[in-house]
Ligand binder design. Structure first.
Ligand code: ZN
Ligand code: ZN
Ligand code: ZN
Length: 390
């Protein structure tokens, strides 16, 4: 894959920043403070891990945007598309400086040419650590803070064309990984060995990180977030493979359930086949209701109706899906109570499951995008019941 295929063009960041400021204006926030995490990556292109030293993009309603960073990160911050494009200025601080006070200064009345008043709230990014929030509260006494997600949610949940491209690339890489595992050796190996192989393959397929590789065999397949244990896989049982990571920052997440027949070709028990087909139908029906304007909760309801009618409603124990982008779980959530209307560009999982504790479980998961005329399904690997030799 060429490097440029993995990149977000620089002018996207300018568009994102101005959309962010428009949302700040609409919300009548004094501004937002964005710490290290997906919001920061979205607006600036900065990739990093949160730490004890504060790193904050300060976006006031009007006026200059400042990128407050510890000295050792100044070069990295300076290389982000937002700063290179002249849209934010790096303000480095020394180890002995009071960084929170420096940030507070940027919100002092003389800095706010826009006339933003002291009572207007400041938005804080969801992933900002409590230690930084408490420090900011201490230097900005009386100031009201609100979640910056009020501003960021609407921007991030609708993907632009570059984000859609990266999500597709990530999905295709995960598909190839699942297919390779399903057609490879399984019997006699531990879940943990297979999980390691999945992680390696995801990286070989172009992922920068392999975040999770759930391998739930036999009774472990009934635990939706089972990791991978040293249980040895045997013939005559299912395996739930739920894998994902990030490619150029964008997440993959797909699940396939396969039946391991072994050398003797042990056929799946009839109830497994019935449940598998029900889950597959629920997955298809939920995907079929996706179109602009449909409330997110209807996607969940469509899957649940199929499974309840089939008599297994009580064994479908989680929402049908979650938004996906720079985070593997983000808005919009496909869950009862979320009336958010779907819009073109929203990307989310459709992943119904049925689980019998102590016996086995089945889950099938695709990432879909809402397109103008329906669902665009990013995962292409087969949803048929695969009885593999393993
Ligand atoms: Zn999950
Ligand atoms: Zn998953
Ligand atoms: Zn998922």
């Amino acid at each position: 894959m060429s490097e440029s295929a993995r990149q977000i063009p620089a002018d996207r960041y300018a568009a994102r920043l101005s959309a962010c400021r428009e949302a700040i204006m609409e919300r009548r926030f004094a501004g937002v403070l964005i710490g290290v995490g997906p919001d920061l990556r979205y607006v600036t292109g900065f990739v990093g891990e949160p730490m004890e030293r504060i790193t904050l993009l300060v976006v006031p309603r009007e006026g200059p945007v400042s990128f407050v960073v510890p000295h050792l990160e100044a070069q990295k911050a300076g290389a982000t598309p937002l700063v290179r494009g002249g849209l934010a200025e790096v303000i480095p601080f020394d180890e002995t400086d009071d960084a929170a006070a420096l940030v507070a200064d940027l919100f002092a009345p003389r800095q706010l040419a826009s006339g933003a008043a002291a009572w207007e709230p400041i938005g804080l990014s969801d992933r900002l650590w409590a230690m930084h929030v408490l420090a900011l509260q201490a230097v900005l006494p009386g100031r009201k803070f609100e979640p910056a997600s009020a501003v960021m949610r609407d921007l991030r949940q609708v993907k632009d064309a570059d984000e859609a491209r990266l999500l597709s690339l990530a999905a295709a890489a995960a598909d190839r990984t699942v297919d390779a595992i399903a057609s490879g050796r399984l019997v006699g190996r531990t879940e943990a060995e297979i999980s390691r192989e999945i992680r390696g393959r995801l990286i070989d397929e172009g992922h920068d990180l392999a975040d999770f590789a759930i391998v739930g065999s036999g009774p472990n397949s009934a635990s939706p977030h089972h990791d991978a244990s040293d249980r040895v896989i045997v013939a005559g049982e299912p395996i739930v493979l739920d894998i994902g990571g990030t490619l150029a920052g964008y997440c993959s997440d797909t699940t396939r359930t396969v039946w391991v027949g072994g050398e003797a070709g042990v056929a799946p028990e009839p109830e497994f086949v019935r449940v598998f087909e029900l889950v597959r139908e629920a997955q298809a029906k939920a995907t079929a209701v996706v179109r602009p304007g449909v409330p997110a909760e209807q996607v969940d309801a469509a899957a649940r109706a199929v499974i309840s009618t089939g008599g297994y409603g009580e064994f479908f124990t989680h929402r049908v899906g979650h938004g996906i982008g720079l985070e593997v779980h983000e808005d919009p959530y496909m869950v009862a109570g979320n009336a958010t209307p779907l819009a073109p560009g929203m990307a989310f999982s459709v992943e119904p499951g049925i689980y019998f504790p102590g016996r086995w479980g089945v889950r099938l998961e695709n990432i879909v995008m809402c397109a103008p005329d329906g669902a665009s399904v990013l995962n292409r690997s087969s949803l048929d019941l695969r009885v593999v030799r393993g």
